[in-house]
Design a protein around this ligand. Structure first.
Ligand SMILES: Cc1cc2nc3c(=O)[nH]c(=O)nc-3n(C[C@H](O)[C@H](O)[C@H](O)COP(=O)(O)O)c2cc1C
Length: 188
């Protein structure tokens, strides 16, 4: 069983990376296969609302990095999606991916139905709950199953790596990862 983690941060080794790789380390120790993708190296543009996915099925008409990543998402058994908070919400890079993935899925065979997953969020100070809720809209409308943790999966830090000082944040992400593994094994 494979867990795919996607970072919506433009920083290659920022706090979102730290949190997601922390979760993947726990999941790997639980015996799961893991994969990490960062949107900083992907060209994924916003949805054009062309509706071509309604006829093409399971693909987007735009020629960028979307279709490859959509296939990776579709093949994974669980998805972790991480974002820093930017002006109180998720990054536009990540929202471009989720808008298109959500729409292509709904117009096609919805590969996310009953898949396990969760958002996780990092910020310097404010906007974590809103951003977590914002990302949850994708998971819930897609019919995904989202496990809890010991707190909402959020953590604090500003400069790259600073999030490692947030002990409670890391503990929450550890608990989330164990619950993802537990759920995947139950559903297998
Ligand atoms: C454009 C921009 C907007 C930001 N807006 C917020 C914000 O609204 N609230 C907050 O607490 N932190 C905000 N931050 C700080 C980031 O969320 C924080 O530095 C985070 O750790 C970055 O994660 P990353 O290292 O994975 O990119 C902002 C940072 C940038 C660059």
């Amino acid at each position: 069983m494979k867990v795919l983690a996607i970072s919506g941060s433009p920083r290659p080794r920022g706090n979102t990376y730290t949190l997601l790789t922390h979760a993947l380390t726990v999941l790997a120790a639980e015996g799961l296969e893991t994969e990490y993708v960062s949107l900083h190296e992907k060209d994924i543009r916003p949805c054009l609302a062309c509706e071509k996915c309604a006829t093409d099925k399971n693909r987007c008409a735009q020629e960028d990095d979307f279709n490859g990543l959509y296939r990776q998402m579709a093949q994974a058994d669980a998805l972790l999606v991480g974002s820093p908070v930017y002006f109180g919400s998720a990054t536009p890079n990540l929202m471009a991916l989720l808008d298109r993935a959500g729409y292509v899925a709904r117009m096609g065979d919805n590969p996310f139905h009953r898949k396990v997953g969760s958002p996780l969020v990092v910020a310097r100070r404010a906007g974590v709950n809103f951003t977590y809720a914002q990302l949850m809209f994708f998971f819930i409308i897609s019919g995904m199953i989202v496990p809890g943790a010991t707190y909402w999966p959020i953590a604090y830090g500003r400069t790259p790596g600073e999030v490692t000082k947030d002990e409670e944040g890391l503990k929450t992400i550890t608990a989330l990862a164990h619950n993802v593994a537990w759920l995947l094994k139950k559903l297998a």
